[in-house]
Write a protein that binds this ligand. Structure first.
Ligand code: AMP
Ligand code: MG
Length: 353
């Protein structure tokens, strides 16, 4: 049975946190909020508990879990973080930045997917921090979604995925960022995954730019990537999703032959344009409000699957700031199926008629 724990993020109820922490200590599974997305968590030092996460999510065994900590000491106990980075992390954590470093022997191989490195993060969410503190152990937690599906940004999403399969779900409202953490490899300062912590913030705090590859942009699936998760399809709704990569002004004309057949997801400005052609238009927010667009993205992809559309079109966004992470998710959610013209859209729809 899954118990639901409603917790006010401004004033976390001690008894409810204690209950969830007790489940973690006993080797159980708790879905909990973070500022990025909801996580499905277990005691990171208990291999049997961590194995359950893979089984519940249907996650590939070589796709490692992020270890969530509530203090620098806890991070030190799981990872050998180089001193120069530790100094910076002491200053900027908690924040949506995950670092990959050499793992200590205490970290079970199931957590690292067999690698000798481990990824660590201190979440900027009071409920998450209290839960880790009260548990007294680091918590391994990937995003709370069935593998390949969109991540949960609300407890209701996680309930749809995991009701009956996990021991508890904490509901503390919607995730502030709505997009996963940024992952940096401390070994070569490569951006393994763009996320809620922007490249400009990294440059400001670390004094250097991260190395960005086609893999980190989601343009390519590598066979033997540095970050195993990047080789898998991800974030996809069940409804076929196509990414529009062209000028938003031409979209109304391009889609006119598919009137009433598709759901449109995009900026409020483009929703106004597309309203008449689409079966439904889901607004992510104003074009310039990239944080709000990120915040609403996964909710919209989950909502899409309840609308019974033949297919959906999602609008692309400029690839700077939060846009880098947004476009990485859109490329993956659409399986890199993008179009710029009516002809290209016809071909994509033809494959899904
Ligand atoms: P999720 O928690 O579902 O957002 O997925 C965690 C992501 O972190 C996956 O893409 C993993 O490949 C990546 N990751 C976790 N640990 C490591 C590691 N030791 N080295 C490289 N990537 C990692
Ligand atoms: Mg995930």
């Amino acid at each position: 049975m899954t118990i639901m724990l409603n917790i006010d993020p401004r004033n976390p109820d001690k008894a409810k946190i204690a209950k969830a922490a007790d489940i973690i200590r006993r080797g159980g599974i708790v879905v909990f909020p973070t500022e990025t997305v909801y996580g499905i968590g277990a005691n990171a030092l208990n291999p049997k508990a961590c194995r359950k996460i893979y089984a519940i999510k249907g996650r590939a065994a070589d796709n490692p879990l992020i270890v969530h900590v509530s203090s620098m000491d806890m991070a030190d106990a799981v990872a050998k973080i180089p001193d120069k980075y530790k100094k910076i992390l002491k200053r900027i954590w908690p924040c949506p930045l995950t670092i990959v470093a050499k793992a200590r022997d205490s970290v079970p191989k199931v957590v690292t997917g067999g690698l000798n490195t481990v990824s660590v993060r201190m979440p900027q969410n009071r409920v998450a921090l209290r839960l880790i503190e009260e548990s007294g152990v680091p918590i391994a937690a990937p995003s709370a979604n069935i593998s390949k599906r969109p991540s949960s940004t609300r407890a209701s999403h996680a309930k749809k995925y995991f009701d009956g399969a996990v021991d508890a779900i904490i509901d503390a409202g919607s995730s502030r960022f709505g997009i996963e953490s940024t992952i940096i490899d401390t070994d070569n300062f490569m951006l393994l995954r763009p996320g809620a912590f922007t490249s400009a913030q990294i440059e400001k705090e670390f004094g250097k730019k991260p190395r960005i590859t086609e893999e980190s942009l989601g343009l390519k699936y590598a066979q033997r990537p540095k970050s195993p998760g990047t080789k898998y399809a991800h974030y996809s709704p069940l409804t076929p999703l196509f990414l529009f990569d062209g000028d938003a002004k031409s979209l109304k004309r391009i889609t006119s032959v598919f009137k009433g057949k598709f759901v449109f997801i995009g900026s409020s400005e483009s929703c106004m344009e597309l309203r008449k052609n689409a079966k439904k238009a889901i607004s992510l927010g104003k074009k310039r409000g990239m944080r709000e667009i990120a915040h609403n993205l996964f909710h919209s992809l989950i909502l899409l699957d309840s609308l019974n559309a033949d297919f959906a079109i999602i609008e692309g966004f400029p690839e700077h700031g939060m846009g880098l992470a947004i476009m990485n998710r859109l490329r993956k959610a659409s399986g890199n199926r993008s179009f710029e013209s009516e002809k290209e859209l016809r071909i994509l729809v033809g494959g899904h008629g």
